[in-house]
Design a protein around this ligand. Sequence first.
Ligand SMILES: C[S@@+](CC[C@H](N)C(=O)[O-])C[C@H]1O[C@@H](n2cnc3c(N)ncnc32)[C@H](O)[C@@H]1O
Length: 214
Amino acid sequence: MPSLEDVLSTSNRNFLMIAHRARSDGKIHLNDLCGASGRWDGVARSITSALFLSHDMRRDTSIHILLMGPDDPPKLLSLNGASIKYLNPDERASSALMKKCLKEDLPPTNGSMIRPSPGVTITRSGLEEIISAFTGPIYYLHENGIPAEQQLGSSSGDEPLNFILSDDMDLEENEESIIGKNSDKTISLGPVILHTHMAIVVIHHLLDMVKSTP
Ligand SMILES: C[S@@+](CC[C@H](N)C(=O)[O-])C[C@H]1O[C@@H](n2cnc3c(N)ncnc32)[C@H](O)[C@@H]1O
């Protein structure tokens, strides 16, 4: 099994989404992703935005979802664009695959890890450990940060970059404090507040533009 550091450094683009209510125990209701599943609709959309292109996958990207909802948190669900299989872009199908993965037994000990499907790992880790295991700069996304295009404009697009986003809720005080202490910069995509999956698409776009500029 890889280490947490390995999982978090396989890709150049890493998105960490803190999903405060998303069910962590696999009891995802496919007919009620939004309510009874704890906003799994937003998690599924973020997975699609992070990993899918029109006719391909973003093989340089991983998305890591810190599941804090009932009944077995915290769990870090990581999907790697280079090795993922059986993933489809629609919310119901991706949630069904993740439901199957989350039903697999994960020992309760901190640091335990399973690989329930190709390209998917589930780790028992908290926010502080996750952030300290990242390689490369860590950016927290918030509307009140410095302009993202200014910060990312100097990136080559080929080094590991890490982006932390919340779900539909504001960060809790302790999360804010951990991120404040451990991240490099807070970056903004403008004054308008976007959904998490939309913010992911804008970050991809900015990095795609940096990479395509000679
Ligand atoms: C729906 S927002 C979070 C809830 C938000 N505080 C609200 O009032 O609705 C989802 C996440 O996307 C990112 N985000 C949304 N709009 C952004 C912006 N304009 N600049 C940077 N990040 C943004 C942030 O990480 C945010 O936590």
